[in-house]
Design a protein around this ligand. Structure first.
Ligand code: MG
Length: 162
């Protein structure tokens, strides 16, 4: 892969249910519901992982970490992101920056933003200022607004490490 730059985009959606811990960007957020999934259902890590895989032309996390594989049941998505980052480095790239939007009606994510940035920055081997996290609500419309689920979208720029 000889390009100087590669760009990738990732999206993830999970359903909100009672009785699950809400984890976003590897941060445990105290809340009345959590996201349902085979792993910890961390939509932030999943969206970033999909963006990274997109940038290196490696498909998506469903292909790399299938729901049918018991190894990934309840796994921390920070660990999955570490594996994906290993693939990025193996292709000769490093992360330039990440821009991320979380769509969630509640709770307010501002208090957790810096912890999420720090977690992602550590795994992606960048400083926190290379990770931007935005949060918007669904304005009480659609699945986000009705608090049936949450969504995250990420865009990542990779630079050649050579
Ligand atoms: Mg997911």
């Amino acid at each position: 892969m000889s390009a100087r730059f590669r760009i990738g985009q990732g999206t993830d959606i999970h359903r909100l249910v009672a009785g699950r811990q809400l984890i976003l960007g590897g941060v445990e957020i105290p809340w009345e519901k959590g996201l349902l999934g085979h792993s910890d259902a961390d939509i932030v890590c999943h969206a970033v992982s999909n963006a990274l895989l997109g940038a290196i032309g490696e498909g998506d996390i469903g292909r790399h970490f299938p729901d049918s594989d018991p190894r990934y049941k309840g796994v921390s998505s920070i660990e999955l992101l570490c594996i994906v980052m290993g693939l990025v480095k193996g292709k000769g790239f490093r992360v330039g920056n990440v821009d991320l939007t979380v769509l969630a009606e509640r709770p307010k994510l501002g208090p957790y933003r810096e912890a999420m940035r720090a977690n992602l920055a550590t795994v992606l081997e960048v400083t926190s200022d290379a990770i931007n996290i935005k949060a918007i609500t669904g304005e009480q419309m659609g699945f986000v607004g009705r608090e049936e689920g949450m969504m995250a979208e990420a865009v990542v720029l990779l630079e050649s490490a050579e």
